[in-house]
Design a protein around this ligand. Structure first.
Ligand code: NDP
Length: 334
């Protein structure tokens, strides 16, 4: 039976990864920040195939050493833990360091204490792909592919949390590829680069008044009610969390190596989400804004194009924006 280590197992995306792994009968060792969080996840999963190890802070040098020493059966490592929020006045401490040092610490521990680990998948981001200028999105003439990189600028990143987050993912992913190049470890590497991730929480216990950063894009529309000024206007790429989890599994189950799964199912603007809710969730009719139905496309037609054919060929069909929004909102309403 293959044993898979998942860092940051309690995260929105990671809980889906762990669920899919357990459903496929993998043994899973998940790193969590506290016993309380680990117990909750164990209860939610209801499976003996899952156990947790406490790694309070991935920034601490050697953070993963002890748990890897304890689990010589692990042959696959999925590194998902990384902060995703813009709520900081100290970009270096709260975003850059955990992303970059966390990734380096994980890879160093694997090389030293997990030489039997042959496959590593790192959760990177679309943020490491798209350039940060042309806010909030890159210009139309640009075609972003699996080979594109965000030319992140450290000086600017330190000033703005939004750019800081994007840079944190860019520098962390670069550090992973550099590690592979310079350290020549026993493992192969793939990265998963999702755009905005929507979709339901893996477990009802995860549905709170404020959700993780990307799910909050949907939750905020419901919470704003009919007050247009309270609805944050987002635009970008979207992918459903269940497809993101699937990509992580593909990243070690297949013979694909040295690849970046660029996960953009389609483009969206807030208006598209509003339209889906108004059309498909009758219980919210009259309770959320209407905006200008059908006008989302005018906005998404102006932003960079994405060509992720290579990724789509590998992963097959993706869950649509409509299905993802319906599943997410139904869970919030319940
Ligand atoms: P969550 O915030 O739900 O999950 C982040 C996870 O990382 C949590 O388990 C968190 O633990 C853990 N973590 C963060 N900082 C530390 C730290 N210093 N030490 C130990 N653990 C830490 O976010 P997502 O699930 O959305 O994100 C998961 C990954 O996916 C991240 O790498 C993110 O950058 C990436 N991503 C997410 C996208 C999205 O739209 N959701 C898009 C693109 C990439 P705790 O909750 O206990 O603090």
């Amino acid at each position: 039976m293959v044993s898979v280590y998942v860092s940051g197992a309690t995260g929105f995306i990671a809980q889906h990864i762990v669920s899919q792994l357990v459903a496929k009968k993998y043994n899973v060792i998940g790193s969590v920040r506290s016993a309380e969080k680990g117990e909750q996840l164990k209860k939610d999963l209801g499976s003996d195939l899952f156990e947790y190890e406490i790694v309070e802070d991935i920034v601490t040098p050697g953070a993963f050493d002890e748990s890897l020493k304890k689990h010589p059966e692990v042959t696959v490592f999925l590194h998902t833990a990384s902060p995703f929020h813009f709520n900081t006045t100290d970009v270096e401490k709260d975003l850059l360091k955990p992303a970059i040092e966390g990734t380096k610490n994980a890879l160093k521990s694997i090389k030293e204490y997990g030489p039997q680990i042959t496959k590593v998948v790192v959760t990177s981001s679309y943020a490491a792909v798209a350039p940060p200028d042309g806010s909030p999105e890159a210009p139309r003439e640009m075609i972003l592919t699996e080979e594109s990189w965000n030319p992140a600028d450290l000086e600017k990143a330190l000033k703005f949390p939004n750019l800081g987050y994007r840079a944190s993912k860019t520098f962390a992913e670069r550090a992973a590829w550099e590690f592979l190049e310079t350290e020549k470890p026993n493992f192969t590497l793939n990265c998963v680069n999702p755009s905005f991730v929507f979709g339901p929480q893996a477990f009802k216990s995860g549905v709170r008044s404020t959700l993780n950063t990307s799910s909050e894009v949907l939750n905020a529309i419901v919470k704003a009610g009919t007050d247009e000024s309270k609805v944050p206007q987002s635009i970008g790429g979207f992918v459903d969390v269940r497809d993101v989890a699937r990509a992580h599994l593909h990243g070690f189950e297949s013979d694909v190596t040295n690849f970046r799964y660029l996960l953009v199912t389609s483009r969206f603007a807030t208006q598209d989400i509003v339209d889906i809710i108004n059309e498909k969730i009758p219980s919210l009719k009259g309770k959320i804004i209407v905006g200008t139905p059908g006008s989302g496309k005018e906005k998404t037609d102006k932003i960079a194009q994405v060509d992720n054919t290579k990724t789509k060929e590998k992963l097959g069909e993706f869950i649509s924006l409509e299905d993802s929004v319906i599943d997410s909102i139904k869970q919030i309403v319940e």
